[in-house]
Design a protein around this ligand. Sequence first.
Ligand SMILES: [Fe+2]
Ligand SMILES: [Fe+2]
Length: 286
Amino acid sequence: MTMQPRTDNGPLQQLDQWDDFVATRYRQGKSEEDFRNYKADANPTVTEFYRQNHAFQTLDFVLSKKAEYCGLHRDRQSIWEMAEYLNTLVDDSDPDTDLTQIEHLLQTAEAIRKDGHPRWFILAGFVHDLGKVLCLYGEPQWAVVGDTFPVGCGYSDQIVFPEFFAANPDSKIPEYRTDYGIYEPNCGLDKVHLSFGHDEYIYQATRGYLPEEAQYMLRYHSFYAAHRHGAYRHLMNAQDERMFEWVRKFNQYDLYSKGRERPKTQEILPYYQDLVSEFFPDRIAW
Ligand SMILES: [Fe+2]
Ligand SMILES: [Fe+2]
């Protein structure tokens, strides 16, 4: 495996290093106490990635990126065109062992399909990481991947590397330091700004075409402090609580489908072409 950085927009050799760290952190059979030792699983590269992510994701930054991307004025492309585009992200990985981005998406979706879940659930698996194209738009790694967390209110100690928030300018603003910060009690997550990344972008691009359960899966799949550790319930409403059951169901496939055999892409492609056209028009706004 070659070790030159694939891009100069962050410390990770490839974005998947973050996904791999999360999967290791939540290895099956690990206890909550083991999880607290997550630092043992983080190499210096991943640690540096979190240092940047926690220092630079401010409320102002999130609002500016939402204004830039979430109006979806950038492009009109099919799901397949975006998947092919995202696939150009792997140039630096080992083609024999590392999955391409499309293979990760297919592998997640196939694991969901094998368990007999509804078609929209399988489709959510297939599109869930397409928002990583943000990296190809030139966004730094810390604005594309990483555990997401609310901005504009106090940071939970259930977020990994909480000590890195000391370098975030928002941590000096008293209004943002309380539990509720700029939000109302149980206002619902739709009103809460999370750190910006691939989750929010794919949610915005696909929300008009997928059922609410799938929208939650896409929007909150990296919000580990909440779906894995129960943090931020004081900002969630009853609908969030109900829908997070689905986010948790989805997370099992995101985390644990990777070790499985390489998907037989050519064989299963027709199924996914059908599935995508069932829910999406030829082109959607990005
Ligand atoms: Fe993801
Ligand atoms: Fe993923």
